[in-house]
Design a protein around this ligand. Structure first.
Ligand code: ZN
Length: 186
């Protein structure tokens, strides 16, 4: 109950730009369907977006320049553009919770009852999805991961990523269609 859909890093740089991922393309229509169904059923849609400063550790020590705050590369891809009703929460490292306003936002939704279950989609299964799931788990949220709505650079990373999420954070791994059926039941 009290679901929210969190779409992670579906930004120009992650799909077609500096950190381009060919495999990201096939999850776009699935995430579009998921976001549309969520909006239709009153489930909040939240975008968790990298918005880096040039000297962020992740930029300097690991991935190089990507999704720099205020650039085109840090914008959500046009196919998944947020609507006015959606929420956009910027982050500066892998976890959507780390030093961001995500947790207070989740607690404020559903008239202050708060979100109970986060539905995760986006990039990458074994990096930002994983770290965001970790922080959701630590805070007591239930986790659903859209298995055809997340991706990694390789099939191996994607599959291992899903197994880890299921095993360590008790995430329910479901298809987008199954999730849509579930959120429509409310
Ligand atoms: Zn980043």
């Amino acid at each position: 109950m009290n679901y929210t859909v969190i779409i992670i890093d579906m930004l120009n740089d992650f799909v077609t730009g500096d950190l381009k991922c060919e495999r990201a393309k096939h999850i776009i229509p699935n995430l579009k369907r998921l976001a549309e169904a969520a909006r239709k059923h009153g489930v909040p849609v939240i975008y968790s977006n990298d918005a880096h400063y040039p000297n962020d550790p992740e930029v300097v020590h690991r991935w190089g320049k990507h999704a720099i705050k205020g650039t085109k590369g840090a914008e959500v891809i046009p196919e998944l553009k947020p609507t006015e009703k959606d929420f956009v929460v910027e982050k500066r490292t892998y976890s959507g919770f780390y030093e961001t306003g995500l947790d207070p936002l989740l607690r404020s939704l559903y008239n202050g009852e708060g979100v109970k279950t986060v539905i995760l989609g986006g990039l990458h299964t074994h990096i930002c999805v994983r770290h965001t799931a970790a922080d959701a788990f630590f805070r007591g949220y239930k986790i659903i991961v859209a298995k055809d709505g997340v991706e990694s650079f390789t099939q191996e990373d994607h599959e291992q990523g899903l197994r880890y999420l299921e095993y360590v954070y008790n995430a329910k791994i479901m298809t987008v269609d199954e999730i849509i059926r579930e959120i429509s039941k409310r």
